[in-house]
Design a protein around this ligand. Structure first.
Ligand code: M6R
Length: 608
């Protein structure tokens, strides 16, 4: 996810901005940039800017001979590409004739705004959604002749998520800022300097307190003063004490990155959906819709958690898009001389985009002349570069080795592809399509963790520290979710856990059931409730210890997590997913394990 920093004061601006961006490195990025406004020569303000692709060291090298003395304002940015490749031109800050902008988030209606501005003669140079902000600001300032009003009007035109900072020669001592659905914090030092950032880490050491801006807030800052507005009214916000520990701040108060990433899922799911649903239709502009012409099969190929996302999606491809779907483990696919059908669309799913087995499988499919699509979280990764078409999952950097938010966004993206095909091929009627889209848009809400759930799971987790293993069971899409729940638990707790299709229990696994075996049963209301329930009863009858996740009370459970009544199976899927992630997390913490860096595992498996 992008990072944003701003500064008003008399310290050396470049160093402050680079220092702040360093603190935001943990968010992940593929290019960086900064702009500094100074009055070095005493003959009026001037803005110097620098951009570099790759690590911050590259930006440091580019700015090595640049310093700024005295008072000035500056903004900086680390970019995680969403619209347009990670190039210098697409890196922030973006500029107009006399102003510079940095932005986190996605401007959903940038195409409409860009078209309008182009008709007014404005020239764009980047492929980003952000550039529209600075041009709109300057365009409006031409008539308004008041940069604050021009900024206010610009913000009012934006649809989407944004944390925005603008500096402009039209108001050389100020930073204009706005926040909606993306974090933005502002602090004031004892020397009246003003510091903006996406998270509190860059502020620590410079300011003691900060204001955590809320959605819809915007304003203007100058030395010693921050004016915050909401709905055109000047408001007063109470600053909060900043944490003293930077690594704690990077985790934004959570104990582990995995925990933070579980809590981020609602927000990143909104980013995944953003701009991809318009007027009640799925709108995947990033891919060529012709890739679905003449396709009679989808082959989904991945490893680990990404494989589970693929498996879950395979049910949806067949049920909703009425297209045959096959799921391949990439490491097996590579060496089994697969017979490939030219009418297959080969879809690889990967968080990192660097998994060796998945990459090699993609090469095989490409060489065989198949159309290819990558569902990936990291732009410019090897898989993204190789695939014919790409959909980025937009989960932001995932630091915890145990994948959580990447999985959620993979399933969400695949579900959108399913609906896109269904829409093109009319395999479902309009009414069903609309209710599917409604359900899709509801997922960010489902991913909000309800009050008390985490605490309940924390308390419950002490029941699961002994015994001889775990079964996770479910049917239909809840079978891949059971596999994922078991994988999460084994990765970070080192306890033995297996996922099974509930109906398979009596074909062998049930022989292991006794009072020392824990079964985590996924019992959704919307999918084969009675059938799964009778499988769980069979386990309870053999004295197995059962934890049930269900919206309906189940008296035979030893432990019970009551999920909400949802009218769509996918809502139940995502709600149970969060509970399984928290269960794995809490058991691992109780066992004293390093949640973020479990033994024997690497975040990116670039060897086979
Ligand atoms: O980056 P990828 O999605 O291609 O990675 C695939 C697996 O290595 C990965 O999902 C792994 O299973 C995770 N550690 C699961 O939490």
């Amino acid at each position: 996810m992008c990072g944003i920093v701003g500064y008003i004061g008399t310290k050396e601006k470049k160093s402050v901005i680079l220092g702040g961006l360093k603190e935001l490195e943990y968010r992940g990025y593929d290019s960086a940039g900064l702009a500094v406004m100074t009055d070095n020569c005493g003959c009026g303000s001037d803005i110097a800017y620098f951009k570099a692709v790759g690590k911050l060291e590259n930006l440091e090298k580019k700015t090595a001979n640049f310093t700024s003395k005295g008072f000035g304002v500056a903004i900086g940015h680390t970019r995680w590409a969403t619209h347009g490749k990670p190039t210098e031109i697409n890196a922030h800050p973006h500029f107009g004739e006399y102003s510079f902008v940095t932005h986190n988030g996605i401007i959903e209606n940038y195409k409409e705004l860009k078209e309008y501005l182009e008709k007014q003669g404005v020239k764009f140079i980047s492929q980003t959604d952000t550039e529209v902000v600075v041009h709109m600001f300057e365009y409006l300032n031409r008539s308004e002749k008041d940069p604050f009003i021009a900024f206010e009007k610009t913000i009012a035109k934006l649809v989407g998520s944004f944390a925005i900072l603008i500096i402009t020669k039209a108001a050389p001592d100020k930073i204009f800022f706005a926040k909606n659905a993306v974090p933005l914090i502002v602090g004031k030092s004892d020397e009246d300097e003003i510091i903006f950032s996406s998270s509190d880490a860059p502020l620590i050491g410079l300011a003691k307190e900060a204001i955590y801006l809320e959605d819809g807030m915007y304003g203007v800052a100058q030395m010693g003063e921050v004016k915050i507005y909401q709905q055109k009214k000047l408001i007063t916000c109470t600053p909060q004490l900043l944490p003293a520990d930077k690594s704690y701040a990077q985790k934004e108060g959570y104990r582990f990155f995995m925990e933070k990433e579980i809590y981020e899922q609602s927000q990143v799911a909104s980013e995944t959906l953003m701009g991809r649903i318009k007027y009640n239709k799925i709108n995947l502009e990033e891919i060529n819709s012709q890739i679905f012409d003449d396709i009679d099969e989808i082959v989904l190929c991945a490893c680990g958690t990404s494989y589970h996302a693929a498996l879950a999606a395979s049910y949806l491809f067949e049920r909703i898009a009425k297209i045959r779907a096959k799921v391949e483990t990439a490491s097996e696919f590579r060496y089994r001389d697969p017979v490939l059908n030219k009418n297959s669309l080969f879809v690889v799913i990967s968080q990192s985009g660097e998994t060796a087995d998945t990459l090699e499988a993609l090469k095989i499919a490409k060489n065989a002349g198949l159309k290819t699509l990558a569902i990936c979280n990291v732009d410019n990764s090897s898989i993204v570069r190789l695939a014919g078409n790409v959909l980025l999952t937009r989960a932001g950097i995932e630091k915890g080795v145990a994948s959580t938010k990447a999985f959620a966004t993979q399933v969400l993206t695949l579900w959108m592809v399913v609906l896109y095909i269904a829409q093109i091929r009319k395999t479902i009627d309009e009414e069903t399509l609309h209710s599917e889209i409604k359900a899709l848009l509801h997922i960010p809400q489902v991913l909000n963790i309800p009050d008390g759930l985490h605490e309940k799971i924390h308390r419950m987790s002490k029941h699961y520290l002994h015994g001889h293993g775990f079964f996770f069971i479910g049917r239909d899409i809840f079978y891949p979710l059971a596999l994922e729940g078991a994988l999460k638990l084994k990765e970070i707790s080192y306890l033995h856990a297996e996922g099974y299709a509930s109906g398979e229990m009596k074909h062998g696994p049930i022989a292991l059931v006794d009072e020392g075996l824990f079964t985590v049963a996924l019992l959704p209301q919307n999918v084969l409730y009675e059938k799964t329930k009778s499988n769980v009863e069979e386990i309870a009858a053999r004295d197995g210890y059962v934890l049930t996740l269900s919206p309906l009370e189940f008296e035979l459970s030893d432990d019970f997590i009551k999920t909400s009544k949802q009218n769509h199976a996918m809502s139940e899927f995502f709600e149970m997913m969060v509970a399984l992630q928290l269960l794995a997390l809490e058991i691992s913490i109780r066992l004293g394990n390093d949640v973020d860096m479990p033994r024997n595992l690497a975040k990116s498996v670039t060897v086979e």
